[in-house]
Design a protein around this ligand. Sequence first.
Ligand code: MLT
Length: 334
Amino acid sequence: MKLFTKTLATAVFALSVAMPALAADYTMRLSHGDNENNPTHKGALKFEELVEKYSDGRIDVQIFPSNQLGSEQEVAQALRMGSIEAEILYTGNLVPLAPSVGVMMLPYAFTSNEEAHAAMDALKDPLNERLPKEAGVRVLGYFEKGFRVLTNSEREVKTMDDLKDLKIRVSKNNIAIETFKSWGLDPIPMAWAEVFPALQQGVIDGQENPYTTAISSKFYEVQKYITEIHYLIWSGPIIVSERFYQGLPEDLQQALDKAGVEAAQYEREVSAEETEAAKEKLVELGMALTGAPEDEVKWQEAAKALWPQFAADIGGAEWVEEATQIMTNAIATQ
Ligand code: MLT
């Protein structure tokens, strides 16, 4: 009897060593454009951990940072087709394909991170009524990285006049382009992956992105001056291909929904912690911090005057009215 038990135990042990871990039922490739030092990647890792936990390992998330699967807009197209499953990207890079998300891009709509959180959380469900039809994707959660700050290699920008003739890169969407035009510039729309080499080669003098990105992308090596222009908060949805999502059983859809909300919460906390440290580090590394422009009201007035003209780029006047009402209520009751 003893011998039998021992033999059985040995057989079970041998089997468990020989058998590979059970394969997941679904693979979810998740693309993003930042490197592994950026809060986006840290939030992506949390999302992976939570999806695998809530799905009991039935969904295997594989993260591809630094645009390894293609540019933000190429990957968003692939999500529509169902050939890639998920992506985290700056709203400004999604808006040409999914105009309704553009309400998060209205310049000077938010005065704090908390306002942006209230707005994006309130917009998630209404957006999920529209985005599956509009772009073949849905939002699982919204990352946030603080205000985008303007950096350049040429001069201190204290007033709008100081912008004169600077070659500033913006993300490829009409709202960013027109906003910078309203400040007297002729901005250069460019894909994110091209920005560092373009700064290095002097093709552009400056760009705008959050503090944490200025650190993780080593902009201090090629940029000297920072101005806190406060026009836009970096918001970035975790999006999933609607085809992939609809192909999942309901319990796994719920696992994704839950993981998306919790990963976003985690990423916002990481970003808030890292933003102040990034700002200090950039100064330590030799960048000159100017603060807000002296004539900031002038910048605000010029950009806000464009809101009515942006309606066509962000889902039409009716949606913009509905969405701005949702955002206003959410901010008022936060
Ligand atoms: C951009 O400027 O294209 C984005 O903010 C880059 C990013 O997603 O970090």
